[in-house]
Design a protein around this ligand. Structure first.
Ligand code: G1P
Length: 292
């Protein structure tokens, strides 16, 4: 049977961004920039570089600016052209034509599982990618592409994993399972944010998933947790028991862009890869470290 190709991606973007207040009072956290590119644009670019054609944003109150970012801006482009800034105008135009974007609104923030469930009709009956904007992965081979390739090989849902330090185990969904080969696991345990004692391993879930459409059925059957949240990990754990689930330790540098320190790390790392900024930044950082 030919491998089902993955053409749709879901990007949840309804979170309140409380960790970045006051910056996120009027600006959605997804639009905070890594150097000069909003986090969500990096995520969309990763999806597109992984074969995605249709993007479904799950948004909520105060998130309209995200759509503006991906909308055509002819007046701005014309002004840039008149100023001789053609490259910049072209860059903006490219951002608008990256993919077909649709949105679904999450009425209440009821967790990641609920955000994914709200895309059921739009996704339909095909496997799809989920990418979380808090997780940035810088890799020559985009993380989402790696996931799509693992899916093509096993034809089962796949979740991205990375080894996390013990003290960070309670911040992640954690998986356990048997090794299938280099970097791949046949998973038998998934627990959302366990204590260190209850964790089956230190293999933490990173926000890249390829899910079979049957996940919607499992989400509908899953109960809310004690905080009233529908956890995607809980539904995935149910699915795993019936259909199996592959874990994949991706290659690349991971940044938690949803955390202040991770966000700064990502900004520095991405800036140090930019030819227009890196030499000055490197010299500045050296000087700064000497002075402090
Ligand atoms: C979510 C998932 C968690 C995963 C994490 C990765 O948690 O529920 O399993 O490890 O993303 O970023 P959140 O960080 O949104 O609370």
């Amino acid at each position: 049977m030919a491998a089902k190709s993955i053409k749709k991606a879901v990007i949840p973007a309804a979170g309140l961004g409380t960790r970045f207040l006051p910056a996120t009072k009027a600006v959605p956290k997804e639009l905070l920039p890594i150097v000069d590119i909003p986090v969500i644009q990096l995520i969309v670019e990763e999806a597109v570089a992984s074969g995605i054609e249709d993007i479904i944003f799950v948004t909520g109150r105060g998130k309209n600016k995200i759509l503006d970012h991906f909308d055509d801006a002819p007046e701005l482009e014309q002004k840039l052209m008149a100023l001789g800034k053609e490259d910049l105008a072209k860059k903006l135009k490219k951002t608008c034509s990256l993919a077909k974007i649709v949105t679904v609104r999450q009425q209440e923030p009821r967790g990641l599982g609920d955000a994914v469930l709200s895309t059921k009709e739009l996704v339909g009956d095909e496997p799809f990618l989920v990418l979380l904007g808090d997780d940035l992965v810088d890799s020559a081979r985009p993380c989402a592409r790696q996931m799509v390739e693992v899916y093509a090989e096993y034809q089962k849902s796949v979740v991205a994993l990375m080894r996390v330090p013990e003290e960070e185990v309670p911040l992640f969904g954690i998986c356990g399972g048997n090794s299938l080969g280099e970097r791949t696991y046949d998973l038998d345990t998934m627990v959302e944010k366990p204590s260190v004692q209850d964790a089956p391993s230190n293999l933490g879930i990173v926000g890249r998933y390829v899910l079979e459409p049957s996940i919607f059925k499992y989400l509908e059957e899953t109960e809310l947790d004690e905080d009233g949240q529908l956890q995607l990990t809980d539904a995935m754990a149910r699915m795993m028991k019936v259909e199996g689930f592959i874990g994949y330790e991706f290659t690349g540098d991971h940044y938690d862009a949803g955390d202040k320190f991770g966000f700064l790390q990502a900004n520095l790392a991405y800036a140090l890869k930019r030819r227009d900024i890196a030499p000055r930044l490197r010299a500045y950082l050296r000087d700064l470290v000497q002075r402090h």
